[in-house]
Design a protein around this ligand. Structure first.
Ligand code: 5AD
Ligand code: FES
Length: 344
């Protein structure tokens, strides 16, 4: 079997053939994969790129993930919380710029208990009935996720980080478990959310087998959205001296995921844009169709540092909007103003 055959048969490829494709491929193979991934994306979504306005509303976190700059043990991390009014201001700015999805993201911060969080979601829902509300708050109880859904949230992003339990334990302290993460993802699906999972590429200890487990998990779980980006070290974490994940591998995986899940909403992530100046454009050319620019107030942006060197921390939302328009058009795509729900 050649790599061309493997790419042509990707949707039903046995694990060992996928292993071969992931571990040995040429630049020509990548070009063919990206070409097929773009064609698959265009059959479902045309040239559309969807924008999600990201509001990073709290940098407090009770967890201690080894890779993340917001981990509770990072005493040098700058911590902030946005009020309900400040979050609504971000939405107003975003709406004026054409955003129809707001992504509320934070560390796992108990300050935003169910009543407080539900009030925020409800006000956004009532003010912007035509917009999608996406939450990215980490793991919460089923009751909590249900209450936020009832308040008007539509979507939830919770990266599984790695589908390999031993690798999960290498990235997280013992109190965090892959099984709890996956249970939370299944709760979200049962409740009726559109669900996004995902993983870092090149995180410490990641092997080809971990990536094969990730792809098998995606094929089984059939998420509506998949967020992947290269691991990037943060200087105040235990992984400060680890190598960054590969941009090439991230792009290759984007192409594979597009062919595995043709209808998936697939962001060209900020981490990809941080790892390489044209990373997001290359992501779109590899099959991605979503971009998640920052809508957080510029005053707090540098305080939401998951990894070193994060881009767009000095830009106003309007600047990012214009910058992205140029970037998206440079690869023959166009930004559309709509909620950008998954194609059914
Ligand atoms: N490098 C790359 N991505 C990271 N994330 C957290 N820390 C890092 C890092 N050092 C990702 C995780 C998380 C998402 C919000 O950001 O996958 O789920
Ligand atoms: Fe933020 Fe380019 S996307 S400045």
């Amino acid at each position: 079997m050649t790599n061309r055959d493997r790419i042509d048969g990707l949707a039903a490829l046995p694990r060992e053939e996928l292993r071969e494709l992931l571990s040995h491929h040429s630049d020509e193979d990548s070009a063919y994969l990206f070409y097929k991934a773009r064609a698959a994306r265009e059959r479902v979504y045309g040239k559309a790129v969807y924008l999600r306005g990201l509001i990073e509303f709290s940098s407090h976190c009770k967890n201690d993930c080894y890779y993340c700059g917001l981990r509770r043990s990072n005493a040098n991390a700058a911590r902030y919380r946005l009020s309900q009014a400040e979050i609504l201001d971000c939405c107003a700015q975003g709406y004026a710029l054409g955003f129809r999805t707001f992504v509320l993201q934070s560390g796992e911060d108990p300050y935003y208990h169910d009543a407080r969080m539900a009030a925020i979601v409800l006000e956004i829902r009532q003010t912007y009935p035509d917009c999608a509300i996406t939450l990215s708050l980490g793991e919460r109880s089923r009751e909590s996720l249900q209450a936020l859904f009832d308040a008007g949230a539509d979507r939830y992003l919770l990266r599984h980080e790695t589908a390999n339990a031993a690798h999960y334990a290498r990235l997280h302290p013992p109190e965090l478990r892959l099984s709890s993460r996956v249970e939370c993802l299944r709760d979200l699906r049962d409740i009726g959310y559109q669900v996004g999972c995902g993983f870092m590429v090149g995180s410490p200890g990641q092997t080809i087998d971990c990536l094969l487990d990730d792809l098998a998990f995606l094929a089984e779980f059939q998420p509506d959205m998949v967020g992947i980006g290269p691991f990037l070290p943060h200087k105040e974490t235990p992984f400060a001296n680890e190598r960054a994940g590969s941009v090439e591998t991230t792009l290759f995986l984007l192409g594979i995921i597009r062919l595995l899940l043709p209808r998936v909403l697939l962001p060209a992530t900020t981490a990809l844009g941080t790892a390489s100046p044209l990373g997001r454009e290359k992501g779109l050319l590899a099959g991605a169709n979503v971009i998640m620019p920052n809508l957080s107030p510029v005053a707090v942006r540098k305080k939401y540092m998951l990894y070193d060197g994060k881009i767009c921390t000095g830009e106003e939302a309007a600047e990012c909007r214009n910058c992205l328009q140029r970037r998206v058009e440079s690869v023959g795509c166009s930004i559309v103003t709509s909620r950008g729900d998954p194609a059914r």
